[in-house]
Design a protein. Structure first.
Ligand SMILES: Cc1cc2nc3c(=O)[nH]c(=O)nc-3n(C[C@H](O)[C@H](O)[C@H](O)COP(=O)(O)OP(=O)(O)OC[C@H]3O[C@@H](n4cnc5c(N)ncnc54)[C@H](O)[C@@H]3O)c2cc1C
Lengths: 409, 260
């Protein structure tokens, strides 16, 4: 049977696995670890075992005939006629992966009006797509996840892409699981690194591990298409990829370049939801587009220090972001949360204050060009990604800095 | 109105630290609690039942100890609880989880409404709700902030979508996933606690729940973790030394040098 197994030759009975387990799934008896009925195969103990005695074994299940699947697709979201920026970011990454795999890169795009449909398709081709599968149909206006899922599933069932990538926007996070469940395949959320294992065409999908300060690499070995979502801002767009390839005489033999194929939406399909109204939720522009960000964490001590931090952001001409605990405590709005569960940011300058640098937080700041971190703990993980490490008290350092900056204006 | 609320047990602390010496995971607070988003989901369901009448069932997949959380749900007002517990469910990814939950939900006829938290704080994929909807053939509204109206045939709710709030209407049966601000969970009353202690929580294994073992747990999970690792960190940071005033001066220089 599949599940956790103990290599008794390696196990030294240290009991670290027992302390790591949250479900009483493992115990030590007779100086060896034993799996109990409560084990949920979460893998926490596998990571914790210092001698590598634990592993999760899986019976090789019968899966799809993998050789029938080709091509890498990027689902390209269109909002009110405009291509979502994450579509171009995924196109750039998709180009790399498709080149490594030696397969075609296709953009899959649905929108309501013909206006801008050509410009959007062109933008995808310029970003490196070998072709665009496009559907223009009024029923697609509200980005209805179920309707889109049925459309994408129809396409995928007949054309059999090997891989599909989605932007992890609210819409993408609704759509991708609905496609996954209908196709009965795997889906990895919020990947921060994507790599192609060239030989088997296995997409190596890396994301913060469930609940740990670890990264996990996930694959989908026996089902196709293999699917992943990626937050906006994690990868960089490359809007003139096609020109660059042409300029250096790159390969053009894979496909007829630049083909846009229009497909129809099945007659009986209708949106599953009626959108009755829509209002902007976030006042002003969001922190994702700011050039300068001050990001504060629990180390600022108390809510009464927030105004000081906000003043620093204003003096630097930037905006204020925060870590998750501050949102949970109600100090800041969720739209300010930076990280895996919040937004990914890519400012020129990020000043991080009293932030430990948990993996889920770091997942959102990879795009920052320069990081100045203030933390009283010299061993804080945030310093591992900082360009300038300021070991000191958050309020004292920021207080002194604000005073200097104030004096200049 | 028949409502099923999906509830997950999560570690009471999501703080998991690496021991700097042994490089192993140090976990404290092993007592499981209910995922806070699911607690709001239960409250949403109870409020709907108060207005329209009906039946609220709490559903979970987890280890036997999860019965405790379902009793707690009953003490807060759920009519009954159902726990899927079997080693065959172990190691499930979101597809295998949504399969097992969908079998349990469909058992005894389709409910009118399925309520999930918008995500679990320990895994944070936000996939279960939409996958359940697909598996059950129901429509789906995610990240619900406010229920505007429910009647026998429809639900109208305000959902968050990429920086906007949208008011949407869905036909029942429907799956909704809720944010914390959709409702503030009530505390159990004394009578409620007694009801929780006496209440029925049915525990089913995979077979009893009508699940195909090949689609459950590790075997039913298309995705597989092949490696977990502590990411490498560059130690190239410039150390900004001195008193706070000196550090502030240096930071000012750095910012000036960037010509923003
Ligand atoms: C599934 C999941 C998703 C998550 N998603 C996110 C996310 O999107 N974004 C996010 O931020 N977190 C997220 N988290 C939480 C994350 O794991 C951390 O718990 C969180 O980022 C820690 O926030 P923090 O750095 O503010 O607090 P802490 O980890 O408590 O760190 C506070 C830091 O402040 C320092 N400090 C204390 N006092 C002072 C002082 N006087 N002066 C200077 N420094 C001081 C301390 O040394 C410490 O390093 C997620 C967790 C999980 C499980």
């Amino acid at each position: 049977m599949s599940g956790l197994s103990v290599n008794a030759d390696k196990c030294v009975g240290c009991g670290i696995c027992v302390r790591t387990c949250a479900s009483e799934g493992i115990e030590v008896a007779g100086r060896k670890a034993h799996v109990t009925d409560s084990c949920i195969s979460c893998g926490m103990c596998v990571d914790a075992c210092p001698v590598g005695a634990l592993s999760i074994e899986k019976d090789a299940g019968a899966g799809a005939d993998l050789s029938a699947y080709h091509d890498l697709w990027v689902f390209c979201e269109v909002d009110d006629g405009a291509l979502a920026p994450v579509a171009l970011e995924l196109m750039a990454k998709g180009r790399e992966l498709a080149d490594a795999r030696g397969c075609r890169l296709m953009g899959v795009m649905g929108q309501a009006d013909a206006t801008d449909a050509d410009a959007n398709a062109q933008a995808l081709l310029s970003s490196g797509a070998d072709g665009v599968i496009r559907c223009v149909d009024g029923r697609l206006r509200t980005n209805d996840a179920e309707l889109f899922a049925r459309w994408v599933c129809d396409l995928a069932e007949t054309r059999r892409p090997e891989t599909i990538l989605y932007g992890a926007t609210d819409f993408g996070r609704e759509l991708a699981p609905q496609v996954a469940v209908r196709l009965g395949t795997g889906l990895t959320a919020d990947c921060t690194v994507l790599e192609m294992d060239v030989e088997q065409g296995l997409l190596q999908q890396t994301r913060p591990a469930f609940g740990g300060n670890l990264m996990a690499t996930i694959v989908c070995p026996t089902h196709r298409p293999q699917m992943a979502t990626v937050r906006p801002g994690v990868f960089q767009a490359n809007p003139d990829a096609a020109e660059k390839t042409a300029a250096c005489g790159g390969a053009t033999d894979v496909s007829p370049h630049g083909a846009v194929e229009d497909v129809a939406l099945e007659a009986g399909l209708e949106p599953s939801l009626r959108v009755l109204g829509r209002e902007d939720a976030t006042g002003g522009d969001s922190i994702t587009s700011a050039d300068v960000l001050v990001v504060v964490g629990r180390g600022i001590g108390s809510k009464k220090n927030l105004p000081l931090m906000r003043e620093l952001a204003e003096l630097l001409g930037g905006r204020l972001g925060c870590t998750r605990p501050l949102v949970e405590a109600g100090w800041c709005d969720y739209s300010c949360q930076v990280g895996q569960t919040g937004v990914s940011v890519a400012p020129k300058l990020l000043v991080s204050v009293g932030v430990s640098g948990a993996i889920q937080h770091l997942a959102g700041i990879g795009g920052a060009e320069r990081v100045i971190a203030v933390n009283e703990d010299p061993a804080a993980p945030i310093f591992g990604v900082a360009d300038h490490a300021v070991v000191g008290d958050a309020v004292e350092v920021v207080g002194a800095l604000v005073e200097r900056l104030r004096a200049r204006v | 109105m028949r409502i099923v609320v999906c509830m997950k047990a999560v570690p009471s602390t999501t703080e998991v630290r690496m021991d700097p010496v042994t490089h192993t995971i140090v976990r404290d607070g092993r007592q499981a609690v209910v995922n806070p988003f699911d607690a709001s989901g239960l409250e949403v369901a109870l409020e709907i039942r108060e207005r329209l009448g009906g039946h609220v069932s709490a559903l979970s997949m987890g280890i036997p100890d999860t019965v405790r959380l379902l009793r707690d749900a009953i003490s807060r007002g759920a009519d009954d609880g159902l726990l899927l517990s079997d080693r065959a469910f172990a190691g499930a990814d979101t597809l295998a989880t949504s399969y097992a939950l969908s079998r349990a939900i469909a058992r005894g006829g389709m409910p009118d409404l399925v309520v999930c938290g918008k995500m679990a704080v320990d895994g944070d994929t936000a996939q279960i709700g939409p996958e359940l909807a697909g598996a059950l053939g129901m429509s789906c509204v995610t990240d619900v902030r406010e229920i505007e109206h429910v009647d026998e045939g429809h639900i109208t709710a305000r959902r968050r979508r990429d920086g906007a709030l949208e008011l949407v209407e869905a036909a029942l049966p429907c799956v909704i996933t809720v944010a914390k601000d959709a409702a503030t969970p009530r505390m159990p009353s004394i009578a409620g606690v007694r009801r929780g202690e006496a209440g029925t929580v049915e525990v089913l294994d995979a077979e009893a729940a009508g699940c195909d073992p090949a689609r459950c747990g590790l075997d039913g999970s298309p995705t597989q973790v092949v490696r977990s690792f502590v990411p490498e960190r560059s130690a190239t940071a410039e150390r900004v030394e001195g008193t706070s005033a000196e550090q502030a001066e240096r930071i000012e220089q750095i910012v000036e040098g960037m010509a923003l």
